[in-house]
Design a protein around this ligand. Sequence first.
Ligand SMILES: *Cc1c(COP(=O)(O)O)cnc(C)c1O
Length: 723
Amino acid sequence: MNKPLANAELNEIVAGLKKLSRNLWWCWNQEAQDFFYELSPRGWQNMFHNAVAVLHEVSDQELRARLQDDRFAGRARTVLREFEAYMGEKKTWGHTNAPKLYKNPVAYFSAEFGWHESLPISAGGLGILAGDHTKSASDLGLGFVGIGLFYREGYFQQAIDSNNWQTEYYNPVDPHNIPIEPLLDADGKRLVCEVEIGLNVVSFQVWRVNVGRVPVYLLDTNLPQNESLYRDLTCRVYGGDSTTRIMQEILLGIGGVRLLRALGHAPSTFHMNEGHAAFLTLELIREKMAAGKTFDEAQALTKPECIFTTHTPVEAGHDRFTPELMNYALQRYLSNQLVPFNDILALGRVKPDDTHEPFCMTVLALKLCRAGNAVSELHGEVSRHMWQSLYNVPEKDVPIGHITNGIHLLGWMKGSVRQFWRRKLTDGQNNETQFFRDKFGADWSSVINNADFWHKMTDTEFVSDEELWALRYKLRRELIEFARRKLLLQSQRVTPGDFIRFDHLLNPDALTIGFARRFATYKRAPLIFQQFDNIVKLVRDKQRPVQFIFAGKAHPRDDDGKRFIQQIIHLSKHSELAGNLVFLENYDIHVARQMVSGCDIWLNNPRRPLEASGTSGMKASCHGCMGFSIMDGWWREGYDGTNGFSIGDDSHSPIVEEQDRVDSANLYRTLTEQVVPEFYNRDANGIPRAWLKRMRNSMATLVSQFTTDRMVKEYTNKYYQPK
Ligand SMILES: *Cc1c(COP(=O)(O)O)cnc(C)c1O
């Protein structure tokens, strides 16, 4: 019989749930998500799967009444117990391997963070990587704090107008309705710090994001005491012109250091995630000069404190500011200092004396870090070449190393897939599952990050072809149903008949190829349609149909990228591809998760070597979706001939037109000669054995290798705490 819950216990659960809702831990814990979903299924779906919003939607009265259901209360208790255990865990990897970081943590600065769709303050891969970095820092139990900006309008939402042209709109987020909380001082009042920007002193408040055990502080200038120019400084991700940009970066770098000091932190390492944060070095120099050091001494002392990760060889990714703009933006900041402005400018120049050379944030970061790194092996080579002129050494000795990017596995793994693997582990009766139970007990997140677990994927005893194929079918259907619903909502005029019409879009039996990422032109979204007539034939093949799902945003000022979107949407509506090619609007983390799990093939065709790493393909492997990619970025390290498909080889033409032509021919050839035949080569039971073998290899060799768990350990051993 259901025993009524005592008030004290009810209060405890309610308080626990409120606390839990403001910790992003739930976005990589399935039971927690299921619990909030069940509290309000529509609220969960409509409000970006956000636990805080669900608890606002459900009244206190309702919550208490619902918890009078034994089973439901039991689930809440289990989740809260797991959460408390996670937060209180003392025997972590960091405890054993990097204990010094507890006293002097790593301070990780990034202009964007992508953790979850309810907090849209990321423009793309860089932010997602930063988000995943902090999640793994938490899992590993590192001494780690993050610094970023709170953009109240976030990154833009994408809408497509009747000319198939991307338009942008902004949804202000309500800070009280998302998983963040105000940062208070010792007296319980809002903590407010100051930073000099332009001619003014600008105040900022701070939002704390609890990423499991890791705090990330987001700086926000939207305070009444600031002039409106400054109040809006943190309105949008990369919004406005270069004046806004430099001011945002002053806030991030200089304001971020001020905040850390206000909180009493003495970081052992300042990690600049991309050049946006490089002004932090000026503040570290200023601090030392205020304590009596000379400019040269202060520089020499700052350099050992900083490390820098560069993320792209694309020119536009490296901020450059004119001396005039630098002077305007840093005027007040530099006015009380003894450093001549020209000495500051020289720090951002390849040729310090060239007064025509703009100030480059990447150069500043490289000059003032003890170590710099790129994000894949090839990107390391490219970066050493790119910045050799900064150093008087042969290219191979340029001090830029590499750590290949990864993803936070549990955060990206779709719910149904987590359940699948978990069931395999808990229900399985064979020796294999016993092996993992003995090794890890109930600690399922360690199992899932473990290479031994993924190596088991080549073993048909552990998981059968039939099971894997059933899973693939399930995931493909989930994606197609998601796409149909989304396309219906996207369409401008819907008549009742459309509900049925949209339910016939896309074919749950067809080979499904996905492409989703920022529509930067170097990523060449429409490349595959250069072979238009051939692609039509593939799509029209009744026996072996192929279909395409595209998504992605172009930067608001990138008209070339918007033309790519226009072209693809036009094809999806008005060409022979209609019905078998769709474009999903408003690409974000949620759309990404549906696509990387449901597609059979993840297409990636950047202009080599411009894709420094790429991470979306890494999200695919654990779902049994295979890579089909140019040999650029991470794929060049991951692909071994048996675990996916390659487009071309480890080389590229220096002539862009030639490269496009060759790549498109190679893409089509591999698609028709390998991908399609293997997918449709079925045995008597309808199972594509060779395809599944390749898929097993992909899971066995890629999943545990390209995680932020591996990546953050490498950062720790190599850069945060070099042995
Ligand atoms: C993973 C991801 C990216 C990065 O994808 P790339 O393949 O590295 O370009 C961008 N945006 C979103 C929403 C993502 O989830």
